[in-house]
Design a protein around this ligand. Structure first.
Ligand code: WTA
Length: 644
């Protein structure tokens, strides 16, 4: 039997939701979703309160997803203005700089209001209107949050692009949503290194013809070139605008943001979230999963460029009147004690981070943790990939001193917020399990034929009903939205993940079952890396699969066939890694490149990835049936020249 960590008694007593209340909430949410969700919607301030909850169908003939469609609200007003009466002087955003010696910056709700209004007025002055797409390519500085909330305030749709993406990747994301304006900074700082954000924007502009304006925040003071007529310094533009900016009334189904994410095909998808349902979802789940009480100092150590940053650094916590920490740096700089020092410095009670960071820190030894106090910590969270029980126990015992429950939250960019996660006052924990569904979430395990499996079972994870935080479309390609998520198992949302449900009804996510990798908690489509590789002049063909990796969870293993006449070499291998870094970004760097004179293909030309995966994993005793291959001899060569 798996280890069980029962709910600590004080948590069961103090938490908003105990086991009994969870059962009640969950039961009601599925039995009477209409009244349940209209009641939940009251957690927000509406300009017009909705009278309609969910109206949706996952079937082709009447496919639609809307929530609270007749409601009107503004997301930034919910994250800022409504707290001005109750907690104007409470810190809303607490910013910890990259350099540990530098002072932290704090913005109260009142100050946040002023900053966001000013940013919003700068955007307006640059011609941004409701519905326009604003690309945000920023380091982890408070101005990134101001820019995001400013978009929400004026009804512009933000599209945040992670600062680690290359100019090529950035250009594709600007162009796809036809964004005319980008907000960036001179440079970013991470772990003592500078990231040339403005220079990257300049380099991307050649491939992003829609781009007309660049707003540049001065962050490091580094030297950057400004192009007349196109580039604007934020601090100069901010001098000339009004201090107040009234929030724009938005329909609940008006778009709030686009966030690009990797899928199993080459091009990243622009996941679109709308205003009302998303905000209800992130606010509710943030409160339930973290048992959040306003004013508690809470740190989600993600980057704002990922959905975790959107939902659980900004929108969820701020809607709930939180003090949310934003960290510019990285966990292991200047030393592997950094995270724990930041916790002590600010008295942080809740920490939410990724298993990959924990594994990297665990490897450095307990000493770096133990020389800090961490006495303020009450609750720990993880997200982004399955957490191995060893890392879970280390997090629990060493980091949390055995006192803090761990909430392992399973979700996706597409889901807006957590769908399967324990509640600290309600759910006994099992290391490695995301445990049970949140209210309104109806997960099912299906087999390859779509048969719903009951009881303890393993298969593919689908969600049978819509929930308010669900994505509404793929930007510019509604057909692709339906095709990607609702055709594999008609009438159900297919997550792309495999899962097991145990005899207690607990869910164990086993990882992606499609061609998406999870590298250090970052999603990466194998097709994206392949497309980048074949753009190289010497490469004829490439096939990319995942391989087990101690720290990253999964590493990237690339099989590369060169053009005839080209010779494999270590120099070329390095060159190809550097090539992928410039095409996509450092997160896509292949860990292994194996030169392969041929790839295993069926007679119809389809690459047999199953075989490539097994070779990458080193599981060569069991390659399965290779008789359908066009040239079975290829496999022997691949095995003989395994590079890992
Ligand atoms: C994986 C991140 C196991 C999963 C919020 C999912 C997880 C993908 C967990 C989405 C978890 C996320 N346990 N696996 N707690 N959380 N995943 O879109 O494979 O960047 O489909 O969203 O990460 O990644 P995304």
């Amino acid at each position: 039997m798996a280890d069980l960590y029962p709910v600590p008694q004080d948590w069961a007593k103090r938490a908003r939701v105990n086991a009994e209340k969870y059962t009640q909430l969950y039961g009601r949410s599925l039995a009477d979703p209409g009244s349940f969700w209209l009641e939940q919607a009251r957690r927000l301030d509406w300009i017009k309160r909705p009278e309609i909850a969910g109206d949706w169908s996952f079937r082709e003939e009447d496919f639609r997803i809307t929530w609270f469609v007749d409601g009107r609200l503004n997301a930034s007003a919910n994250c800022i203005d409504r707290h001005l009466k109750t907690r104007p002087d409470q810190v809303a955003i607490l910013w910890e700089p990259d350099e540990p010696g530098e002072e932290a910056r704090r913005f109260t709700y009142r100050q946040l209001h002023a900053e966001v209004c000013r940013f919003a007025n700068v955007l307006k002055a640059q011609g941004v209107q409701k519905g326009d797409r604003v690309t945000i390519y920023m380091p982890m500085i408070p101005e990134a949050a101001f820019a995001i909330l400013a978009c929400a305030r004026i009804g512009a749709i933000h599209s945040v692009v992670f600062g680690g993406f290359s100019p090529e990747a950035l250009a594709g994301r600007i162009q796809d949503c036809d964004s005319k304006i980008i907000v960036t900074a001179d440079e970013g700082r991470r772990g003592g290194k500078r990231v040339p954000l403005k220079a990257n924007v300049d380099a991307s502009a050649a491939h992003a013809s829609s781009l007309q304006k660049v707003i540049v925040v001065r962050a490091t003071g580094g030297d950057v070139a400004m192009q007349d007529g196109r580039d604007v310094w934020y601090h100069e533009a901010a001098r000339d605008v009004e201090a107040d900016c009234p929030p724009e009334p938005m329909g609940a189904e008006d778009p709030l943001f686009i966030l690009y994410t990797s899928g199993s095909t080459g091009k990243p998808k622009g996941v679109l979230h709308t205003t009302g349902g998303y905000l209800v979802w992130v606010s509710l789940t943030h409160e339930l999963v973290f048992d959040y009480k306003p004013g508690t100092i809470y740190w989600c150590a993600a980057d704002i460029g990922w959905v975790t940053g959107h939902s659980y650094i900004l929108y969820g916590p701020l809607a709930n009147g939180a003090t949310t920490v934003m960290f510019e740096g990285v966990p292991n700089w200047p030393t592997p004690s950094r995270i724990w020092e930041v916790i002590d410095r600010h008295g942080i009670e809740i920490l939410y981070t990724a298993p990959t960071a924990l594994r990297a820190l665990m490897r450095e030894g307990d000493e770096y943790v133990k020389r800090t106090s961490r006495g303020s910590l009450k609750l720990l969270g993880t997200v982004g990939e399955p957490i191995n029980p060893e890392a879970w126990r280390w997090y629990h015992d060493v980091v949390g001193g055995g006192r803090c429950p761990i909430v392992d939250t399973w979700w996706q960019t597409e889901t807006g917020g957590a769908l399967i996660a324990p509640l600290p006052g309600a759910t006994d924990l099992k290391p490695g399990s995301a445990t049970r569904p949140l209210p309104g979430v109806d997960p099912q395990i299906v087999d390859a034929e779509g048969e719903v499996l009951t009881g303890a079972a393993e298969g593919n994870l689908v969600i049978a009903k819509s929930w308010p935080g669900q994505m509404r479309t793929v930007w510019g390609d509604h057909g692709r939205f339906f095709q990607t998520y609702f055709t594999t198992y008609p009438g159900k949302y297919f997550t792309g993940d495999g899962a097991r449900r145990d005899e207690d009804g607990y869910y164990w996510i086993t990882g992606r079952v499609d061609d998406v990798l999870n590298v250090s908690g970052h999603r990466m489509g194998t097709a994206e890396v392949e497309s980048a590789l074949v753009l190289h002049a010497k490469v004829a063909e490439a096939a990319v699969v995942g391989m087990p990796h101690d720290i990253k969870g999964q590493g990237i293993y690339a099989y590369v066939t060169l053009n005839s006449g080209e010779e494999p070499s270590d120099a070329l291998r390095k060159d190809l890694v550097a090539w992928v870094r410039t095409e996509i970004g450092p997160i896509a760097s292949p860990d292994v490149i194996q030169f392969a004179p041929g790839l295993p293909k069926t007679r119809s030309g389809k690459i047999m990835r199953r075989i490539l995966r097994k070779i990458a994993e080193g599981d060569i005793s069991n390659l399965g049936d290779t008789s359908t291959l066009a040239d079975p001899g290829v496999v022997d060569d691949l095995v003989a020249n395994r590079a890992a």
